[in-house]
Each structure stands twice: as structure tokens, then as C-alpha cells.
Design a protein around this ligand. Structure first.
Ligand code: Z2T
Length: 796
């Protein structure tokens, strides 16, 4: 049905005419997605067959988040029919872009971690590797952000339209998951067997989404579980209504905390629900002896959220399959591997022992036994009390999930070189000493097909006209662009493409928000979750410094800049919410100031999402990556900017280090404390905000403007900011790094004034970005962790 444009047009029109509201864009979306689903479906079933027949090792990626973004356009692209469909639709008077926007956006993730999982799905399928996702089908994704009077409000987001869902309900593959109850030891087959009595059972129903790889050959599966009532008797005294309510809660919504652990029992229920249903499926679908599990299956856990997979696999192997501890442990610790995404203490999961024991009594018993056995081994080594404490799974009345995850996995990786080094040398030093070969680095990456080819077809076209299109399959070949960094005609085209993308963004912003921005100004973007360590506060304070400078010095008339912010704050994170209010209040002031508005514009983009990101990255000149060094595990937005030719201003943190290594220090603007310096201050506790302020009248003025409320529409609006900067001694070094940040901006602007120099830098960034494709990342996981084989015998 997509063989020729004419065939597509005919088929599309025929189907559309049968629809009731055939005039509506939504009907067009509905018809098109139906056609794509039908097309994919045959290949998908065939793929499942081949993967079974060829007995390939399968990878299962367990993640509490999959931030896919919209799906229709992605599928059209990977099926290589995007332009055929787009042209065909245009000839019939439709715009594919408008049709794509009809799709409700699945927001099943908070930020980087969830988006990484989605990029990995794309790369696995595109590399022809058998890798599948397991997650939760939250009815409500991340909340919708609504800005009112500059404050963030939250409303629930419902993304599921049952008629148009890309997920296929698989009723017959449902699993039942036990919660609560009591463990009894009973004699069965001549041995003692733990049996759970009086449990509350929940049914997990899978919805399978096809994941189409580039070229359309490989179709993997993203399976999302939905919680429903099981047809088991309820424990005595439990009301049916109460039960149904509790069950539906499990897949009702995603927790909105990106960098702090929620510690709520509902979140723990979600985690176990995901692990148990996924593992039961893996064990049941197999056609090989259980002892060979590690040869046939690899399971990657995305941070510790799915770390209960370790005791749950032990439970299934022992209690359901009759294995002894030693064999079950051998299998578990050769099947599961773990990726760490943060060293922020507040984000490290620690579950209260009593809570865990009540909810999952058998699982808690197994964790206790893992802990007991590991303690015994640790005792054999000559270690001090402090080191032994760091090696304890159960400690201080809580289960330390990261420790459990390390002990129960065969490989542990960090997500950027600096992050992994910090893990190995500090945060998890004792564990790394104990398991010297377990830890390694695999630097994150991004799906260049979505973030460059799809989001920026104009740049894609320009690159291909210079170096051919092999780079799309082998992104490292973007290196071929390096010589063009000195080619005036190429650079001129690069400038035109950037200007075009800026105009498109400006036009969209005018339509959506009614705001007017100037495409000739520098687009400087800071888009990510709002958090203390990401330092949106430093960015906005720098803008106030510029504002003050403009008003005090009539010779200071810098090139116009548009500062674009976008990002959500966790609903309970008061500090971040005040930063958001501050940004919006500053926008009001600066954008309406007769002098400042000729040089500075501030734009806050409400409800930042994957689809909005797809518009902002290609249109940006400057990439703000200014986290307090050592705090950002990797960052992946930094890579999306780079690939679209934006230039980084940032600290030596996360993957910024590797970006600068790729482009050279002259092709990025780096400033501020190093990770080492930050960690030194933290250790010695010898940093004092007042030392920074003492000899700096500019900063003193800035602080008084901030603290008296003149920047934020009232003193009350900066109470948490004041608490952090003053009472808590500025833990993220905002004031300490502020002047170095300002100087970096000055260096940047002076280069920008010289177009050939600036565009050359931009070109080098694109040319050197290939290594940050998630295809490279996935190949490394496959080679060093999962041991997958490419599907050779495609069904085609
Ligand atoms: C998250 O997005 C990240 C780390 C988390 O730690 C949790 C969430 Cl929801 C538990 C981010 C990191 O902050 C970021 O640096 C990294 O690039 C991203 O994960 C993917 O690894």
C-alpha cells in the first residue's frame, strides 16, 4: 500500500471516505496510522517468528520510563516512506506535519533517563539487534505544565486514545502478580517450600508496541504493562471497591520526580509490578533449559527502579522452578546488568525495610539472604567499619537498591567517562574495590535519526549534499564534514539552514504563544528539567548582570540575544518552582524594558516535551550545559544541540568533557569549577559564599536586587532561593561560577560577531558529533555486556 505514491493516495482516500468526520485532520491521522500499523504488523509477526527460530540471544531493557515522543512520523521515516507519504498527502491537500501533530504525545518519562530508553529502542532495531523494552503503560504520563502568572501549575496528562493506540492489547499473555500476604513453609515434593498465603493478586496485561528499525527490516517490541483486577479471591475483609481502586492506581500515573526518590509505597508497587510481569514472561516463553538462561537472555536494568528484578528472578527460579540458592544466584548474576544514572544522594533509592517486608514478604526474605551471604564474604576481607557499611545492602533500617543492584549484576556501567570515574573512585569505591572488573563506562548517545534526520531535514540535506548520505547509516562518517569547516560556500549554506530553522521556531512561537522573537538574534537555549544542580538560576542571574550593565554603561550594546528556557519542576520541589517564577518575572521585566529589549529577550516555553524539543534543538545557536561540575551524570541534550550545530557553553561535567574532547577547546566555551574542585570544597567544607561576594560590587548589587524581591515580583517568591544561596551556602556554586560564566559568554559573543569563525565552529561540532549516536552506545552494550548477534536471516 506504500509501493507507489499513486497506490498510497488511492488507498488513503478510500479509507478516509469511509470515516464519519472525513473532513477532520484527526480522521486523516487515524487513517494514516491504521495503514502504517497494518503494514508493520506482517513484518512484526514475521520478525517474532525469525527471532524464535534463529534462537538468537534476546536483550530485555527494563525501565520505569520510555519517553518515546510521537510515533507515526518516526515509523514513516524508518519505513523509508516519509517523503512519499508527505508528497502524496500534499497533492491531496493535506500537510503531513499537521497530521502528525494530531497524535497525542506519550509522556511516559521525566527527562534524560526515559528519553535514553527510547533512543536505545530505536538503535537496537536499526542495528538489527533483538532487543525489547519492558515498561509500564501509565494512563497519565508526566503532568502537563501550565504557567499562570509565572508560576508552574500541573494538570494530569492523558495520552491514550484507545482507538488510535500504537499498543496492541495481548489479553492472553496477562500475568498475575502477588502483593502482601504471609510466607508459610510447607512440605511439597519432599522439601520445604515457601508459599505465599492471603496475597493480593494484580493482573498485568501487556500492550505491545512495534519498534521499527531504520530500513524497516527489524521490528522489535516495546511491551508496556497495565494493571487490572485479577480474578483471584480477595483476602478476608478486603472490599472489592477498595481493591479495584488500589489496582488501577498502579498504572495510573508516572511519578514526576527526576532526581529525588519518592519513597512511596505506590512507586514500589509499580517497580515490582514491572519486574514480576516481565520476568514471568521471559521464563515462560523460553524453549531451552533454565540453566542456560544467561546464554539466551540479557536483562539491563535502567537505574535501580527495576532492581527488584534481582530478588524476583531468584524467587521465580527457586520457588517456582525448584532450583537451589546457589544455582539460582549463578544464573541471576549472569543475566542481569545495571546502569547507574546519578550520584546525587537524594536520588539514590533506599526502601524502608518494614515497608518492603509488608508489601513483598517473600522478596524481602530473599534480599535478607542476599545481604547475609554477602556480609559473610565481606567479613573475610580486612576492612574497616566504614567500608563494611558501604558494602551493606540492608543498613540503617533500609534496603540500599544501588548496592543490591551492583551485587546482583554481572556488569555495572556509568553513562559518561567522568561519571563512571566518580562512581568507581568515590561513590562506589568500596564496591569497585570488591568487584574490580564489574564497573565500566558506556557513554550515552542519542538517536541521530530522530534528532537530526527527522528533526532537521534541511540540515540533513545540506550534509548529504556535501558528503553523500552514508553518514545516516554510519554516523561516525559525519567526520567527512571537517574539511567543510573552512569552506565559505558550505558555511554560507549552513548559516541559511540555521536561519531557516530559527524562522520556523519563531513562527511557531508566534502562533502558539503570541510572542515575537527575532531570528537574527542569537538563540541561546537552556532546556531540561529545572533543578538546582542544572543551574537555571545562574543563567537568569547572568541575564540580570547584563541588564544592569546595559543600564549603567551606554557603550555596552551587545549583539541581540534570545534566551530560551524550557523545563518542568517536580511539583514538590519548591526551590525549582521559584526559579521558574523568577525566569518568568524577569522575562516580563526585560522584554518590556525600552532599552534592554533591543538586546535581550527571555522566552519561557511552557510544557517542554519531546515534540517541542524537536523544534528547539535545530533552531539553537548556543547550548547551555552549565551544571555544577560532578553533578550531571551525562546529559544528552548537549549531544542533540551539538549534532544540530549549536555551540556549547558549559562546565567540564558529564558528557560535556567528551564533547570538548571531540571538538577541541577552541570549539566550545568552557568555564567554572572543575569536578575535582567542587568535590574538594564539599569534602573540606571550606567554601564560603561571602568570600565570593566580598570584593565584587556587581555581585553584591545583584544579590540585593534578588533578595529584596525586585527581580521576582516579591520577596516571598525567592524564599527558597534565599535559603539555598544564603543559609545553605550556595551548594551548587552559582555565585562562585557566575563571573567566569559571564566571561565565557563574552568570549562566545565576540566569536559570534565573526560569522566565518562561528560557522566554522558550528560545522566542527556537527562533524564530530557522530560518536554520540546511540548506535555507537548500543554497539558497546552489545559487545561488552549483552553479547547479541545481529539478525542475519531477515524474513525478507
Ligand atoms: C534521569 O533522567 C537521570 C538520572 C536519574 O537518576 C533519574 C532520571 Cl529520571 C536516578 C538522567 C541524568 O540526570 C542525566 O545526566 C543523564 O544524561 C540521563 O539520566 C541519561 O543517562
Amino acid at each position: 500500500m506504500f509501493e507507489t505514491k499513486e497506490r498510497f493516495k488511492k488507498d488513503f482516500m478510500m479509507r478516509l471516505e469511509q470515516r464519519e468526520e472525513r473532513e477532520s485532520l484527526h480522521a486523516a491521522y487515524s487513517v494514516l496510522s491504521e495503514m502504517v500499523k497494518e503494514w508493520i504488523n506482517d513484518d512484526w509477526q514475521a520478525n517474532k517468528r525469525v527471532q524464535r527460530e534463529e534462537a538468537h540471544k534476546q536483550l530485555y531493557y527494563f525501565s520505569i520510563e520510555f519517553l518515546t515522543g510521537r510515533i507515526l512520523g518516526q515509523n514513516l521515516m524508518n519505513l523509508s516512506v516519509h517523503s512519499l507519504v508527505s508528497d502524496g498527502l500534499e497533492e491531496m491537500g493535506f500537510s503531513l506535519a499537521e497530521i502528525e501533530e494530531q497524535e497525542l504525545e506519550p509522556g511516559l518519562g521525566n527527562g534524560g533517563l526515559g528519553r535514553l530508553a527510547a533512543c536505545f529502542m530505536d538503535s537496537l532495531a536499526s542495528l538489527g539487534l533483538p532487543g525489547h523494552g519492558y515498561g509500564i503503560r501509565y494512563k497519565g504520563g508526566l503532568f502537563t505544565q501550565v504557567i499562570k502568572d509565572g508560576y508552574q501549575g500541573e494538570t494530569p496528562t492523558h495520552w491514550i486514545d484507545e482507538k488510535e493506540d500504537w499498543g496492541m492489547r495481548q489479553e492472553e499473555l496477562a500475568k498475575n502478580i502477588p502483593f502482601y500476604g504471609n510466607v508459610h513453609l510447607e512440605v511439597q515434593d519432599n522439601r520445604l517450600k515457601p508459599v505465599l498465603r492471603n496475597a493480593v493478586w494484580v493482573k498485568a496485561v501487556p500492550y505491545d508496541m512495534p519498534v521499527v528499525g531504520a530500513g524497516g527490516k527489524t521490528v522489535n517490541t516495546l511491551r508496556l504493562w497495565q494493571a487490572e483486577s485479577a480474578s483471584y479471591p480477595l483476602p478476608e475483609g478486603m472490599e472489592q471497591d477498595f481493591y479495584q481502586q488500589a489496582v488501577s492506581e498502579i498504572s495510573d500515573r508516572l511519578y514526576p520526580d527526576d532526581s529525588q526518590q519518592a519513597g512511596k509505597v505506590l512507586r514500589l508497587r509499580q517497580q515490582y509490578f514491572l519486574c514480576s510481569s516481565s520476568l514471568q514472561t521471559i521464563l515462560q516463553e523460553r524453549d531451552y533449559p533454565l540453566s542456560e538462561l544467561p546464554k539466551h537472555v540479557a536483562i539491563q536494568i535502567n537505574d535501580t527502579h527495576p532492581a527488584l528484578a534481582i530478588p524476583e528472578l531468584m524467587r521465580l527460579l527457586m520457588d517456582e522452578q525448584g532450583m537451589v540458592w546457589e544455582e539460582a544466584w549463578e544464573i541471576t548474576t549472569h543475566t542481569i546488568s545495571y546502569t547507574n544514572h546519578t550520584i546525587l544522594q537524594e536520588a539514590m533509592e533506599r526502601w524502608d525495610s518494614a515497608l518492603l517486608e509488608a508489601l513483598l514478604p517473600r522478596i524481602y526474605m530473599i534480599i535478607q539472604e542476599i545481604d547475609r551471604r554477602f556480609r559473610e564474604k565481606v567479613l573475610e576481607q580486612d576492612l574497616d567499619e566504614a567500608a563494611r557499611k558501604k558494602l551493606s545492602i540492608i543498613e540503617g533500617g533500609a534496603v540500599h537498591m544501588a548496592t543490591l543492584a551492583v551485587v546482583g549484576s554481572y556488569k555495572v556501567n556509568g553513562v559518561a567517562r567522568l561519571h563512571t570515574d566518580i562512581l568507581k573512585m568515590r561513590e562506589m569505591k568500596e564496591l569497585n574495590d570488591y568487584f574490580p572488573h564489574k564497573f565500566h563506562n558506556i557513554t550515552n548517545g542519542i538517536a541521530h535519526r530522530r534528532w537530526l534526520v527527522k528533526a532537521n531535514p534541511e540540515l540533513t540535506g545540506l550534509i548529504s549534499s556535501a558528503i553523500g548520505d552514508e553518514w545516516i547509516r554510519e554516523p561516525i562518517k559525519l567526520h567527512g564534514l571537517n574539511p567543510f569547516a573552512g569552506d565559505p560556500s558550505f558555511l554560507q549554506d549552513l548559516q541559511s539552514v540555521k536561519l531557516l530553522k530559527k524562522r520556523q521556531l519563531a513562527e511557531w512561537i508566534r502562533k502558539q504563544h503570541g510572542a515575537v522573537i527575532d531570528p537574527e538574534s542569537v538563540f541561546d537555549a537552556h532546556i531540561k528539567r529545572v533543578h538546582g544542580y542544572k543551574r537555571q538560576l545562574m543563567n537568569i542571574l547572568h541575564i540580570q548582570l547584563l541588564f544592569n550593565h546595559l543600564h549603567s554603561d551606554r557603550n555596552f550594546r551587545p549583539h541581540p540575544r534570545t534566551f530560551i528556557f524550557g523545563g518542568k519542576a517536580a511539583p514538590s520541589y519548591h526551590f525549582a518552582k521559584q526559579v521558574l517564577k523568577l525566569i518568568n518575572a524577569m522575562a516580563d521585566k526585560v522584554n518590556n524594558d525600552p532599552l534592554a529589549k533591543n538586546h535581550l529577550r527571555i522566552l519561557f516555553i511552557e510544557d517542554y516535551s519531546v515534540s517541542k524539543a524537536e523544534r528547539i534543538f535545530p533552531a539553537s545557536d548556543v547550548s547551555e550545559q552549565i551544571s555544577t561540575a560532578s553533578k550531571e551524570a551525562s546529559g544528552t541534550g548537549n549531544m542533540k544541540f551539538m549534532m544540530n550545530g549549536a555551540v556549547t557553553i558549559g562546565t567540564y561535567d558529564g558528557a560535556n568533557v567528551e564533547i570538548v574532547e571531540q571538538v577541541g577547546e577552541d570549539n566550545a566555551f568552557i568555564f567554572g569549577l572543575s569536578a575535582k574542585q567542587v568535590m574538594q570544597f564539599e569534602k573540606e567544607k571550606n567554601y564560603f559564599t561571602n568570600d565570593t561576594l566580598a570584593h565584587d560590587p556587581e555581585l553584591q548589587l545583584l544579590m540585593s536586587q534578588l533578595l529584596n524581591g525586585e527581580l521576582s515580583g516579591g520577596e516571598g517568591n525567592v524564599s527558597y532561593i534565599k535559603k539555598q544561596l544564603v543559609d545553605e551556602n550556595d551548594p551548587f556554586f552559582v555565585l562562585k561560577d557566575l563571573q567566569p560564566y559571564r566571561k565565557a559568554h563574552e568570549r562566545l559573543l565576540s566569536v559570534y560577531e565573526e560569522p566565518s569563525a562561528w560557522l566554522g565552529i558550528s560545522a566542527v561540532n556537527i562533524a564530530q558529533s557522530g560518536i554520540f549516536s546511540s548506535d555507537r552506545t548500543i554497539q558497546q552494550y552489545s559487545d561488552h555486556v549483552w553479547n547479541l548477534e545481529e539478525l542475519t536471516n531477515h524474513y525478507t
